[in-house]
Design a protein around this ligand. Structure first.
Ligand code: GAR
Length: 217
């Protein structure tokens, strides 16, 4: 299936290993996308260095420089619009976006979350999964709505939890899943294969839940 070259704005707050996965997937021609800019709310985010190594323009937009979430979101939108991004990818961006910016880019913002949503929205997902004694854990990519870690789920992947697992081991395993599912979701969007119907994401017109872990790109 033909895919157009989709322009991305990638928002980060930290290590940027998922940003790196997108950069690598673009370089390998696995996703028909190009990263126009990387924006971080944290000046020390290592992801900024990764972007600079890949010659991608970077911006630091510190939330502490703004007196309200709305003003911050306006500045963010102005920056994103300068780059004419088709899609905004929250790849470890640890800021909540307000309703106004979410509405402005409806179905054009996707978020990566380290849990099998709708379970474990919010922070410390690995610790909470271990404390609950769950048998499986994973990662989700979803369209962003005004509610935290909510919104129609695009794709998920999961792993079994072993008795020896720790927060660190789960973090590592979930990262591996994330590095696969985030580029996959971007490619589906670039290929125009996703639609949302009554709050459910359809891939090629079929409910996405049918192929959470088995669909190939
Ligand atoms: C990822 O595990 C991502 O799911 C999580 O931050 C990490 C960023 O890793 N995001 C959230 O928790 C958002 N709710 P990275 O900086 O190495 O890509």
């Amino acid at each position: 299936m033909n895919a157009r070259l989709m322009s991305l704005a990638v928002l980060i707050s930290g290590q940027g290993s998922n940003l790196q996965a997108i950069i690598d997937s673009c370089d390998r021609g696995e996703i028909s996308a190009t990263i126009r800019c990387v924006i971080s709310n944290e000046p020390d985010a290592y992801g900024l260095t990764r972007a600079q190594h890949a010659n991608i323009p970077t911006h630091v937009l510190k939330h502490t420089d703004y007196s309200s979430r709305q003003l911050y979101d306006h500045a963010l939108a102005d920056l994103i619009d300068q780059y004419h991004a088709d899609l905004i990818v929250l790849a470890g961006f640890m800021r909540i976006l307000g309703a106004e910016i979410v509405e402005k880019y409806q179905y054009r913002i996707i978020n990566l979350h380290p849990s099998l949503l709708p379970k474990y929205k919010g922070l410390n997902t690995h610790a909470r999964v271990l404390a609950a004694g769950d048998k499986r854990h994973g990662a989700s990519v979803h369209f962003v709505t005004a509610d935290l870690d909510d919104g129609p789920i695009i794709t998920q992947a999961s792993i079994p939890i072993e008795g020896s697992d720790t927060i660190e081991s789960l973090q590592e395993k979930v990262h591996e899943l994330e590095h696969r599912i985030l580029p996959r979701a971007i490619q589906w969007l670039a290929q125009n294969r996703l639609t949302v119907d009554a709050g459910q994401v359809l891939l090629d017109g079929k409910p996405i839940t049918q192929c959470r872990t088995t669909c190939s790109p």
